[in-house]
Design a protein around this ligand. Structure first.
Ligand code: IMP
Ligand code: MG
Length: 178
């Protein structure tokens, strides 16, 4: 499928399922190497990162754990600019090697706030693994240890990412058409 319709908009394919698979395998191998013997705790940010987190975890070859947190700042096609509290942080992260798994970093505000909340719990090491980054939209300085793809500022959907709740099931990444 080259072009898909989600709700009232058409989207064209921009990153294929095969490209995702290959790149995620590379990143998983890199993280496995960096985290050897450290038993990292992956913290996947719901909802958008569920597909990426699942595929990333399959490629991790060193002992690890995963947990899920929730933190919403997006509605429809535009950031609401307001971010809520971190929900679901049940795991003890003090002294742990924590890797936050995110679908996309856009303005970076969500991630900045999440990282500051997590730092309060004193992890030994705190890294970010984001499937996608829109460098052109970044409003804050962020150290992103693992990025699969940098993309332009256009709105995208698929592979866990939604347009107003829909499109998360698409196996590839699609970009909105003008
Ligand atoms: P930020 O705080 O502006 O970095 O927003 C990050 C969150 O906005 C991500 O976790 C996504 O849920 C959502 N988001 C940002 N860009 C897109 C997009 O192009 N499509 C779908 N969701 C997006
Ligand atoms: Mg997200």
């Amino acid at each position: 499928m080259e072009i898909v319709t989600v709700k009232d908009k058409k989207f064209a394919i921009s990153i294929t399922a095969e490209q995702l698979r290959q790149r995620i395998a590379e990143i998983a191998a890199q993280i496995s190497k960096d985290m050897e013997g450290k038993k990292p705790l992956f913290l996947a940010v719901l909802n958008g990162s569920f597909m990426y987190a699942a595929d990333l975890m399959r490629g991790i070859t060193t002992p690890c754990e995963i947990s899920f947190v929730r933190f919403a700042s997006y509605e429809g096609m535009h950031s609401t600019g307001c971010v809520n509290e971190v929900l679901g942080l049940a795991e003890e992260i003090k002294g742990r090697n924590v890797i936050v798994v995110e679908d996309i970093i856009d303005s970076g505000l969500t991630m900045q706030l999440l990282l500051s909340k997590l730092r309060e719990h004193q992890p030994a090491d705190l890294r970010v693994a984001s499937l996608l980054v829109k460098p052109g939209n970044l409003k804050v300085e962020l150290d992103i240890a693992y990025t699969c793809f940098e993309i332009p500022n256009d709105f995208i959907v698929g592979y866990g990412l939604d347009y107003d709740g829909e499109g998360r099931n698409l196996p590839a990444i699609y970009t909105v058409m003008e």
